[in-house]
Design a binder for this molecule. Structure first.
Ligand code: NAP
Ligand code: ZN
Ligand code: ZN
Length: 351
């Protein structure tokens, strides 16, 4: 396998800051697309993975799974893309392609899915390295087309923050009759509000941060509930059909569950880990309410979302940064001080 060295930003250990490093990328195999990366969004998962918050990181870690770039070269078997095309890569770069989930376009639930970073690159027998880098080489079946009316930096977060909230909105059939709530106004939360609003749903934000109320309304929220205000929480009982909970850390779900209507579902997309305090069964039994989880989205669904964003002119609200700012960006993300997604201009890595 022919390889080349490219510049990247990553870390060798959980306690280290991110720094410049060289990584190996494969040259295009017949079915591969080699992409020069233009922009890469900064997801809270990047921070969790760089710091081994979930306990399964493999080092070195090069994060980044909200990638927009320009095709540099294609393998001789590639029919879907040509050099110069603007393309995108999200959280997945491969899967088994034969299991029931793969056949149903649910590659994210395939037992052998390969994450854009921290997965296993079967070609090189190395961890996969993400988008904080100059280039990436990806099988054409996992490369997406970017609608040509969208701002390229602003579209990057659609590849994770967008699809992770779109997938539950679609799975739970959100439409103009739905009442949707979103917990947490960060990267995922702000895309969830835009997308639920664009689907016509009545959309509410639960936030700890009163200073985000005006922004939430500009993003498309009809109402904001301050989650630490018991009177506001009490007034919202039995209301929502779907709650998308994007909070990254342990928190009490019980106050949110009782704001679900009969048959309502709270979908966890943020926090990975045991629930503490324990979820009380009475509100679930009395209202046939559910607590569920959801992981990113499949390739076809991600293309569906990109096309929807093209049609509705939806992109993320972003702060463009240079790669050299990444460690400060992580600290600001921990303080929920992002409006509402950092996107790295990857030209800064060349300089
Ligand atoms: P983010 O930009 O940091 O936003 C998280 C928001 O949650 C914050 O802005 C804040 O909103 C709220 N929040 C933060 N800490 C909190 C706490 N301790 N208690 C209550 N609320 C808190 O993060 P993100 O990039 O949107 O990612 C959110 C989570 O989703 C991360 O854990 C990430 O790993 C995960 N994720 C999951 C998937 C999946 O497939 N399931 C995909 C991507 C990301 P307010 O200030 O409004 O309260
Ligand atoms: Zn992500
Ligand atoms: Zn599979």
């Amino acid at each position: 396998m022919n390889t080349k060295q490219v510049k990247a930003y990553g870390t060798e250990a959980a306690e280290n800051a991110l720094e410049q490093m060289n990584i190996k990328r494969r040259e295009a195999t017949p079915s591969d697309v080699e992409i020069d990366i233009l922009y890469c969004g900064v997801c809270h998962s990047d921070l969790h993975f760089a710091r081994n918050d979930w306990g399964f990181s493999v080092y070195p870690v090069v994060p980044g799974h909200e990638i927009v770039g320009k095709v540099a070269r294609v393998g001789e078997g590639v029919s879907k893309f040509k050099p110069g095309d603007i393309v995108a890569v999200g959280c997945l770069v491969d899967s088994c392609r034969t299991c029931d989930n793969c056949k149903k376009d649910l590659e994210q639930y395939c037992g052998e899915w390969v994450g854009t970073y921290g997965g296993h690159d079967k070609h090189l027998d190395l961890p996969t390295f993400g988008g904080y880098s100059e280039t990436i080489t990806v099988d054409q079946d996992f490369v997406l087309t970017v609608p040509d009316n969208l701002d390229l930096a602003g579209v990057a977060p659609v590849l994770c923050a967008g699809i992770t909230t779109w997938s539950p909105l679609r799975h739970w059939n959100v439409d103009p009759d739905s009442k949707v709530a979103v917990v947490g106004l960060g990267g995922l939360g702000h895309m969830a509000i835009k997308l639920a609003h664009a689907l016509g749903a009545e959309t509410t934000l639960f936030s700890r941060s009163p200073n985000k109320i005006d922004d939430a309304k500009k993003l498309g929220a009809d109402a904001v509930i301050i989650s630490t205000d018991e009177a506001q929480m009490e007034a919202a009982q039995n209301k929502f059909d779907l709650i998308i909970d994007t909070v990254p850390y342990e928190h009490d779900l019980n106050p949110y569950i009782s704001t679900l209507n009969t048959d309502g579902t709270l979908v966890l997309v943020g926090y990975l880990g045991p629930l503490d305090p324990i979820v009380h069964s009475v509100p679930m039994i009395m209202g046939r309410r559910s607590v569920a989880g959801s992981l990113i989205g499949g390739i076809a669904e991600t293309q569906e979302l990109l096309d929807f964003c093209g049609k509705h002119n939806i992109t993320s609200d972003i702060e463009v940064i240079d790669i050299q700012y990444i460690n400060e960006a992580y600290e600001r993300m921990l303080k929920s001080d992002v409006h509402y997604r950092f996107v790295i201009d990857m030209r800064s890595l060349k300089g």
